[in-house]
Design a binder for this molecule. Structure first.
Ligand code: GAP
Length: 454
């Protein structure tokens, strides 16, 4: 399928953020105090969506494989971890200040920034602009441990989950039945004092990562690097992202991080243009070697007849950024039953609610008597909702906006022949199915392959 040059579609970041707020996916953080830049709180449906993203990642990376184990390391690690990893010395962006407008900009991104006095110009482009020389600004958030705040108590909030994995290499290899090639996977919060945050969930200062470090014999590193690029690409496609909106971009030598001998980004075509969704890096033996040198621990693989420092392939994804991509990709506007609607065409496994049970007339006790037990039965095996308020059209549209794939309607025919209608969110097709078989039919559909969209 051909790739697009530019985003074409009904979604904008603003529309998706407005829907997310209106329908309890995502709220601006500390809203009643005017918000806190680039921090967001997840509401009910957003929690469910992000949980589904993380569960699907864990299913693919751990549950459906036999060579990857889990870890949940601390957020605040020994400060030496960040010296060894290179973050204290090198995890920084170059900044310039403007002495005139007092704003601060990324020196390497001036073309994306707006002058404080003349927003139609970039910083440095007007005669009034007075920019300082660039200086490095470290992106790690600092904190201190214990009651005294001094150099000895300095600690950092982790800027990536990866280092917690490297420093546990010895613990995992000595306690689990693992042998290269094997991986350690971790999901958790990371923190970066980003200079140019923005675009809703795309770049935040507090976000969740889903990272896996895959330890391999050095000679196999390149083959595994390629394998993981394709496996991760397939993961997004299997969960419904449109192929024409997903591409792999290999980093130029000048872009590579200090630890990487090869990195490819999976990029998604957001309304803001092609942007990184996930990075897959060949980190070589950089991290294990660094931590071995700084800690004095031997971090190597010792087999019966072999001994080596494994090389590492790292697929590093963001749970929030993936959730944003799935929301943008799913966002659509069309006409249903003569009325315009907004619909989230989410993959059923990602949808926060799988089924809505709706008695056609909410006040009809005969219908309610059939509908409530169906709902109570369904919610034991999947997130389901019961709604008997408002007109049926309004109730459908509410469910469309949160991406519920199936609406089950109990009507008067149900009382006669034991059938209900199932309405498909995307095709709007309605079919009659037996009330008794509804639960197993939905479970089958939930796990059926997803038809790719154009
Ligand atoms: N351990 C390697 C690493 O952290 P990264 O490319 O800096 O690599 C991996 O981050 C992923 O984490 C990114 O592809 C993105 O999905 C997510 N991510 C990074 N910074 C983010 C931010 N400020 N806000 C939201 N997600 C972010």
């Amino acid at each position: 399928m051909g790739q697009l040059e530019q985003y074409q579609g009904p979604a904008t970041i603003e529309k998706v953020a407005a829907l997310a707020r209106r329908r309890a996916f995502v709220f601006p953080s500390s809203d009643i105090y005017g918000g806190l830049g680039s921090s967001y709180d997840y509401g009910h449906y957003g929690v469910l969506l992000k949980q589904n993203v993380k569960q699907e990642w864990q299913r693919a990376m751990v549950q459906e494989r036999e060579d990857v184990v889990l870890l949940d390391s601390a957020i605040i690690l020994h400060p030496q971890v960040w010296v060894a990893s290179g973050h204290v010395g090198g995890f920084s962006d170059p900044l310039v200040d403007c002495r005139t407008c007092k704003l601060r900009f990324r020196a390497d991104k001036l073309e994306d920034a707006h002058c404080g006095r003349k927003p139609s110009k970039h910083p440095g482009e007007t005669p009034d602009c007075d920019l300082t020389d660039a200086r490095q600004f470290n992106l790690m958030f600092e904190t201190s441990i214990g009651p005294v705040r001094d150099d000895a108590s300095l600690a950092y909030l982790r800027p990536e989950t990866a280092q917690g994995i490297f420093v546990n290499f010895k613990n995992v290899t000595s306690s689990m039945r693992v042998k290269p090639p094997f991986g350690i996977a971790q999901i958790g919060k990371s923190f970066r004092n980003e200079i140019t945050p923005g675009n809703f969930l795309f770049r935040m200062r507090e976000f969740e990562q889903m990272e896996m470090e895959f330890f391999v014999p050095p000679a196999d590193a390149d083959a595994w690097y390629r394998e993981w690029i394709e496996l991760r690409r397939r993961w997004y496609l299997d969960l419904g992202l449109r192929e024409s909106h997903l591409r792999v971009r290999a980093h130029e030598a000048t872009e590579l991080s200090h630890y990487s001998s090869g990195t490819s980004d999976l990029e998604y075509l957001f309304p803001i243009g092609w942007s990184e969704l996930e990075g897959i890096a060949n980190r070589g033996d950089f991290d294990l070697t660094q931590h071995a040198q700084h800690s004095g621990a031997k971090l190597e693989w010792i087999g019966h007849e072999e001994r080596y420092v494994p090389h590492v392939i790292e697929p590093a994804a963001g749970a929030d950024r993936a959730a944003l991509a799935f929301l943008v990709d799913a966002y659509d506007e069309d006409v249903a039953a003569g009325e315009s609607r907004t619909v989230l065409r989410l993959h059923p496994r990602l949808a926060p609610v799988k089924a809505a049970v709706l008695p056609l007339v909410g006040k009809d006790s005969g219908l309610v008597e059939k509908a409530r037990p169906l709902y109570e039965d369904l919610r034991r095996v999947m997130p389901a909702e019961y709604d008997d308020s408002a007109s049926i059209g309004k109730r459908y549209r509410r469910q469309d906006e949160i991406g519920t794939p199936w609406a089950l309607t109990i009507d008067h025919q149900t009382l006669d022949d034991g059938t209900i209608t199932i309405r498909d969110r995307d095709s709007l097709a309605q079919e009659r199915i037996s009330l008794e078989g509804a639960r197993s039919l939905l479970l089958d559909r939930l796990h059926a392959p997803w038809a790719p969209r154009a």
